[in-house]
Structure formats: structure tokens, C-alpha cells
Design a protein around this ligand. Structure first.
Ligand code: BGC
Length: 452
């Protein structure tokens, strides 16, 4: 039976998005961390000052992000989104209660993103009021002893920026750097870690995905490109583009320049602010005799990992493994699948952390790890097994600075709408009432004791 485009995209994206997503200020402590952990290889205790947190992204929780490209795409008559984001978790208004809840659970860090589409809703117009909103969020974190890790761009873009070609626009790097400079000037004193981008490697990841039933020489990136043509027609906007549908090669070139320029802009305001980026990293494993897994790693992560060598840390974001033959394979027949269709494989985290550390030589922060499931007991097991693997990395001397779980709240999971549940905390979308799940208590306890 022929799938419509939304089903096709959702199926293909499920295979990926869920997978798919030395000169450092911090690196100087690496040797110390090594000798500390080498002395106590069997200890269950994590290094001092280890960051324990949960993450959100503005568009997925705030609600009414009306000046963003995603909002525009969600409300089109032929949208690829299952449902629009609407009020989301109303975190825009309820942030203080959410931050207090995170602190009460025992965590010491909060990763969230600031929304460029709110801060610069029209090209060149910077909203002081919206910057003040994020200042209040940062102040709320500090009041409760939470270290804030801030992402400057978590997928969503200002509508005007998308209408001008998004990351395909040759001006995009300079436009992003200007936003980074303005945001840091207003907020930088309260930010503890800055990431320019969340998972800028995703468009390349798409090139390795063959959709079920599609010809073997096709890939998800090509499907996305076709969708872009449709969107441009619907919007009557010949240049419209967006993060997930952009031309992968042009976008990567511009996003790499944007990272470098954005980082310089951030550092021009606050030179000692640890800055980096986060990568979607699948645990790639060879399958069969002529596996192209090394080629995939070089293609998708290679250039970003090289760039990250110049950063203060690398954010690792891992959900599952991916077995690679000529292309990415579906999970094994008998594998337990998550709500996203990914293989339940928490050991992936250990492997990607080892790989990212080896390739970059800079400290690692796990900025996302988690599982989409209605069954919270599976989240508990997933997290415990992932953390056991992370501890093995630390015991082997790898400089890991923190573990930030995805996600604090059940939230808007992009084209899948509100169906997948990644939250440590459930949200009633009618009343916005939060309900803490056992996994939140389990992880909060680990955070409080800094020990497994
Ligand atoms: C993204 C999140 C997303 C999560 C779960 C990551 O790729 O950064 O925005 O919700 O994966 O799919």
C-alpha cells in the first residue's frame, strides 16, 4: 500500500532522528580525572561536581512559538506534522515551577534552549522583553542551584530566516553570529555552558537512511528535499528552507562557519564561557563483510568532531545503535523497539562517549540520552544501564563532565506530535498538570548521591 508523505517521513525519521541527533577551557582537568578514577575503578561514585540534569528545547515545551519556521510548517494544510505544537507544555509561563521541580528532585543542572525566533522575530529587531524572559529563567536556575547549559539553536529558526533560505543562505553564518553576540551580551553572565547548535549533523545522517519500501539508491535526505519543493509551493516562498529539509552540503558548510563565528561572538562577550556543540550520535556497528560503517562515521560526524577539537567540550546525544551494511539496517527481528521504532539499546551511550572522546580529545558532556516509552519501568532500566556504561568510561579515564537526560517533560516530539513519551515527568495537556514518574525519582536519587 502506498504511504502518504507524512507516513513515509515519520517512518523514515523514526529510524534516524531517534538515532536521529585540547585547547579547551575544561581539558586541563582531564589528567586529574584520569588519575582519580584510576584509583577507584570499582567505585560507584561519579567525579566531584558531576552535572546531573534533564533537558528541554524551547519549541518542544514553551508553546506558541508563532514566529518560528516550525509553527509555519505545522499549520499548513498539507503538513508533515502529526499535529501542531500549540501550547506545548506552556513552559514559557510555567518555567519556574518546572525548574523548582527539577531542583526538588535532586538534580544540579538544567539544559534548555533560547529561541532565536522569539529573540529576533524580525530580521535585525532584537526583543529586549524576550531576552529578559530568558534572564528570568537563568535567575530561577541559579536561585535553585541548577547549572544552566544553554543551546542557542535547537532546530527551530525565525520565520524570516527560513524564508530567506535558512542555512542555505550565504549570509546565514553572519546572521547567526549577530544573534549569538546579542544574546550573550544580555544573558552571558548567567550562562554556565553554551552550545551553538543542537545536532547539526542530522541532515547528513538522513543521507544514510533508506525508507522502507523505497528504492535502495534513495535516502531520507532526498525525500526531505522533495518535501521542500512542496513546501515552497504551498508557502509561495521560492527560497524557503528549514533545518531538517535544507540542502545537506550547503547547510553543513554554512552551519560550520556559523558555529565558528557564533563561538567567537559568544567569546567576544564572555571569553571564559565554555562553548561547544552537541551531536546526534548513533552507536554505529559494522554488519556483514563490506560494512560502510567507518565511511558513515567519517561522512556524518567526521567534520563536526574535527571542529569540536577546537571547542571546550563536546555534547554527546545518543539513543540507540545502528548496524551498518551498505546502508543502515533495521533493528534485528527479535529486538525490543522503543516508541520511536529504535532498538532498545542503552549500551550505545558508552560506545559513543568513547568514540567522541577519542576523536576530539575534549571533555564530554552527555547532553541527551533517553527513551521514548509509555512504560516508565523501561525508562528506569534504560537509564540505569546507560549510566553503568558511562561509569565504565569514567573508570577508564575518559573525561565526562555530566549526564543530562532527555527529557524533563513529555513534550512535542516534532513531526510525531505528542505521541512519544520521553519525559521523566508526564504533562496533562489540558490542565498542564505535571506528574513525576518513578524514573525521575530514581535519577534524582542518583544525582543527589552522585553515585549509582
Ligand atoms: C533532539 C530532541 C528530540 C530527541 C528525541 C534529539 O534528536 O535533540 O529535540 O526530541 O532527540 O527524539
Amino acid at each position: 500500500m502506498e504511504m502518504n508523505r507524512r507516513e513515509l517521513l515519520q517512518k523514515g525519521t523514526r529510524l534516524t532522528i531517534g538515532i536521529a541527533v585540547g585547547n579547551s577551557l575544561l581539558a586541563t582537568d582531564a589528567t586529574k580525572a584520569f588519575s582519580q578514577s584510576a584509583n577507584q575503578p570499582t567505585s560507584k561514585t561519579f567525579p566531584p561536581k558531576f552535572l546531573w540534569g534533564a533537558a528541554t528545547a524551547a519549541h518542544q515545551v514553551e508553546g506558541n512559538n508563532v514566529n518560528s519556521d516550525n509553527w509555519l510548517m505545522e499549520y499548513l494544510p498539507h503538513s508533515m506534522y502529526k499535529e501542531p505544537s500549540g501550547d506545548a507544555c506552556d513552559h514559557y509561563h510555567l518555567y519556574e515551577q518546572d525548574i523548582n521541580m527539577l531542583a526538588d528532585l535532586g538534580f544540579n543542572a538544567y539544559r534548555f534552549s533560547i529561541e532565536w525566533a522569539r529573540i529576533e522575530p524580525e530580521r535585525g529587531y532584537i526583543s529586549r522583553a524576550e531576552l529578559d524572559h530568558y534572564r528570568r529563567m537563568l535567575e530561577a536556575c541559579h536561585r535553585r542551584g541548577l547549572t544552566p547549559l544553554v543551546t542557542y539553536s535547537h532546530f527551530t529558526l525565525p520565520r524570516w530566516f527560513a524564508l530567506q533560505g535558512a542555512w542555505e543562505n550565504p549570509e546565514s553564518a553572519d546572521l547567526f553570529a549577530r544573534y549569538c553576540e546579542k544574546a550573550t551580551a544580555h544573558l552571558g553572565d548567567l550562562i554556565s555552558y553554551a552550545a551553538t547548535f543542537n545536532e547539526p549533523d542530522i541532515p547528513y545522517l538522513f543521507r544514510w537512511i533508506v525508507l522502507p519500501g523505497a528504492p535502495p539508491d534513495s535516502n531520507l535526505a532526498a525525500t526531505m528535499a522533495a518535501h521542500k519543493a512542496e513546501l515552497r509551493q504551498q508557502l509561495k516562498a521560492p527560497l524557503f528552507s528549514s533545518f531538517l529539509i535544507g540542502d545537506a552540503e550547503k547547510s553543513r558548510e554554512n552551519m560550520m562557519a556559523a558555529h565558528t563565528k557564533g563561538k567567537s561572538a559568544i567569546k567576544s562577550v564572555k571569553s571564559n564561557l565554555p562553548t561547544g556543540l552537541t551531536l546526534a550520535m548513533e552507536d554505529d556497528q559494522p554488519a556483514g563483510p563490506n560494512s560502510r560503517f567507518a565511511e558513515k562515521q567519517a561522512d556524518v560526524y567526521g567534520p563536526w568532531l574535527k571542529l569540536a577539537r577546537l571547542d571546550d567540550f563536546i555534547g554527546v546525544q545518543t539513543y540507540t545503535r545502528q548496524r551498518i551494511a551498505q546502508k543502515a539496517l533495521s533493528p534485528p527481528e527479535n529486538a525490543e523497539l522503543t516508541q520511536m521504532g529504535y532498538e532498545f539499546y542503552p549500551e550505545a551511550l558508552e560506545h559513543t562517549v568513547r568514540y567522541a572522546s577519542k576523536e576530539t580529545g575534549v571533555p564530554v558532556i552527555v547532553t541527551e540520552n533517553g527513551v521514548g516509552t509509555e512504560n516508565d519501568a523501561r525508562r528506569v532500566e534504560y537509564t540505569q544501564r546507560a549510566l553503568a556504561g558511562l561509569k565504565r568510561c569514567i573508570d577508564d579515564g575518559i573525561d565526562v563532565r555530566g549526564y543530562i537526560h532527555w527529557s524533563l517533560l513529555d513534550n512535542f516530539e516534532w513531526i510525531f506530535g505528542y505521541v512519544p513519551k520521553f519525559g521523566l515527568v508526564a504533562v496533562d495537556r489540558e490542565t498542564q498538570k505535571r506528574t513525576i514518574k518513578p524514573s525521575a525519582k530514581m535519577l534524582g536519587k542518583i544525582a543527589t548521591s552522585n553515585s549509582l
